[in-house]
Design a protein around this ligand. Structure first.
Ligand code: ADP
Ligand code: MG
Length: 625
């Protein structure tokens, strides 16, 4: 009989045991799990030898849940209970889903959108957890033991809510998240270690439904994301759709009576279109053959030249965000040392040509483009659980949009500029606006515009218990911190009393890449009007502050003025109050100056009076000058 062994507290029972950690690419279209075995990152396969798990979840009538190829195959039979591309709904509200009218699901409008299925109302976290559960089981079966943890990848533009939702899904699936990793960074890890190269790289990721471009800098094993851009509604699916439309045209041309397609036929043709597209990557011609539910036979042949013509505009469309990412990073094409291709759709030769043409070099393709993210995540997971003895791999990601705080006049004060590398902490001091103010309201915002109203509101919180002081005397330090997972926390501390307030920012719903792109482009377009808006708001704040101070002085020291003088000052106040509402900062400034000028004598008399008060009862020797 073997004796049971008990190890010392704090000591590992088997000090040389390899800790099992995996990397998971939780993709919109396909998901994968990979691990490092004998020093090599490898993607784990299912019992049928499939590495890719389609990100499709179907709720069956008998209560079972099927995930992957089987669910994908049944999609057209049971569209409302078969959820595809759930990643698009992670951490989002119903109004964020712009194309919801074209999606067959019964959406339920909650703080975070959910879908009504025959198994009940399911939220995106629960649906994603089903995918993660399958990958976890696959890994445990392949590795023969329980997992210590997983690194899960997310798009670089995922906001707090989307990242949090991903973490929650992992928790629900019983996975310990070592950390979330940006997808382009994971791809760079995979290549960076394999090639041990240094320099600035572009990561071009064309997946099933999304396009992401990231500019990374690699130096001595340190990866830094310089900028990210993309198009949330552009991917391999759009190429399928072009073929699908072409096939419909062919049917219309060949048959006199064309009956509109039903849902199942549409899906069938789209599947055939995808197969044709993938076939054309390695072949000159693809045949689309199928029988529609109407009995009509479809049999058409598409060659590579036609396919390229049909889809060249889609390929070209990826170059706009690509140019923008380079511009944001302050770089030119010549600065890019290498280009990494990610995503199954980058297998298409004309995509590769366009990328090579734009960057004036052949992209790196020695790793499989749809596995590279999972491989990088596996390498990172392995390093995080301490299996990797050599130098630590430090990963730096960026904030996609600036983070800041609302100040007087509805203006945004940026605290952490966009594209700051993570983790990042920045602090700035603010002060009170009114005498005796004991509380302050903070409004945390995200975006590039000058006016808060044009940016996105993330959170609000109050700091109370500030000791009453003159306006401008209190020192309130606001600290913004974004951790390695991209989660933001904000704290406010009054420096003399030490009172503090804190908020973890978890917005109830997120931004997508298109919205980020829109917020950025509108900030470029609006640069001039924003400058004017800021000047106006600042002039208004200053004018109101001056009026407030003078009115307070009139109350306490009005007796220092005769009636005519009072009238003159009041007339200037009325004039300034009127111009505050007029939309010109110049007019406000002119009237502010006039009011300042009109009160100079009053100010001098108040000064004399207060000196006299201070001197009363003291002899000259005790006065320090
Ligand atoms: P995601 O990141 O969205 O999960 P993937 O990286 O797995 O997606 O890419 C999926 C897309 O890649 C699909 O549109 C699929 O048709 C396309 N794809 C996969 N293999 C090929 C191929 N051989 N040729 C062309 N496209 C392909
Ligand atoms: Mg992907």
């Amino acid at each position: 009989m073997a004796l049971l062994q008990i190890s010392e507290p704090g000591q590992s029972p088997a000090p040389h045991q390899h800790k099992l950690a995996v990397g998971i690419d939780l993709g919109t279209t396909n998901s994968l799990v990979a691990t490092v075995r004998s020093g090599m990152a490898t993607v784990l396969q299912d019992a049928h030898g499939h590495a890719l798990l389609p990100s499709v979840v179907r709720y069956l009538p008998d209560g079972q849940v099927v995930v992957g190829h089987e669910a994908q195959a049944q999609q057209s039979q049971d569209p409302t209970n078969t959820i595809v591309s759930v990643k698009r709904f992670m951490g989002r509200a119903l109004e964020d889903i712009s194309d919801r009218a074209h999606i067959p699901y019964k959406f339920v409008n909650r703080a975070q959108v959910a879908i009504e299925t025959r198994a009940g109302v399911k939220n995106p976290i629960e649906i994603s957890a089903e995918i993660l559960r399958v990958l976890k089981e696959r890994a445990e079966k392949a590795l023969g033991s329980e997992l210590v943890g997983a690194v899960i990848t997310v798009p670089a533009y995922f906001d707090d809510a989307q990242r949090q939702a991903t973490k929650d899904a992992a928790k629900l699936a019983g996975l310990h998240v070592l950390r979330l990793l940006n997808e382009p960074t994971a791809a760079a890890v995979a290549y960076g270690l394999d090639n041990a190269a240094e320099g600035t790289y572009a990561i071009y990721d064309l997946g099933g439904g999304t396009f992401d471009i990231s500019i990374l800098r690699l130096t001595k094993g340190v990866f830094e994301v310089l900028s990210t851009s993309g198009d949330a509604a552009l991917g391999g699916d759009d190429f399928d759709h072009r073929i699908y439309c072409w096939v419909l045209d062919q049917i219309r041309q060949n048959s006199k009576s064309f009956i509109p397609l039903n849902e199942a036929d549409t899906r069938l043709l789209l599947t055939k279109a995808r197969q044709a597209k993938e076939w054309l990557t390695d072949n000159y011609e693809a045949q689309v053959v199928c029988r529609l539910s109407t009995g009509q036979l479809v049999d058409v042949t598409l060659d590579v030249t036609q396919f390229n013509e049909l889809t060249q505009t889609l390929v070209n469309k990826t170059l706009t965000p690509t140019r923008k990412a380079l511009r944001d990073a302050g770089l030119e094409v010549a600065d890019i040392k290498g280009v990494v291709l990610v995503g199954g759709a980058t297998r298409m030769p004309h995509v590769r040509h366009a990328v090579a043409d734009y960057f004036q070099q052949e992209p790196l393709t020695n790793l499989d483009p749809d596995k590279v993210v999972a491989l990088g995540a596996a390498i990172q997971a392995n390093a995080l659980v301490g299996n990797k003895g050599d130098e630590d791999l430090l990963l730096l990601d960026v904030t996609p949009l600036s983070l800041g705080i609302e100040t007087m006049g509805g203006l945004t004060e940026k605290i952490i500029p966009r594209n700051s590398t993570l983790p990042v902490a920045r602090a700035q001091e603010f002060t009170t606006y009114k005498d005796g103010q004991t509380a302050m309201s903070f409004h945390v915002v995200q975006g590039e515009r000058e006016l808060v109203a044009d940016n996105r509101s993330l959170a609000r919180f109050d700091l109370r218990g500030i000791p009453p002081m003159a306006a401008g005397a209190a020192r309130i330090r606001i600290t913004f911190q974004v951790d390695a997972d991209g989660l933001l926390s904000v704290s406010a501390r009054e420096q003399t009393s030490g009172v503090e307030a804190h908020v973890m920012v978890k917005p109830s719903y997120g931004l997508n890449e298109a919205e980020i792109a829109h917020m950025l482009s509108s900030s470029y377009n609006a640069a001039t009007t924003d400058k004017q808006a800021r000047a106006l708001a600042e002039a208004q704040v200053d004018a109101n502050a001056l009026i407030g101070a003078i009115q307070a002085a009139l109350t306490t020291d009005g007796h220092l003025l005769n009636d005519a003088e009072k009238q003159q000052i009041n007339a200037k106040i009325t004039a300034l109050q009127a111009s505050i509402h007029a939309a010109s900062s110049d007019a406000i400034r002119t009237d502010t100056d006039a009011l300042n000028h009109a009160t100079e004598a009053f100010a001098a008399r108040r000064m004399d009076a207060s000196v006299k008060r201070a001197l009363a009862g003291k002899n000259l020797d005790s006065i320090e000058l």
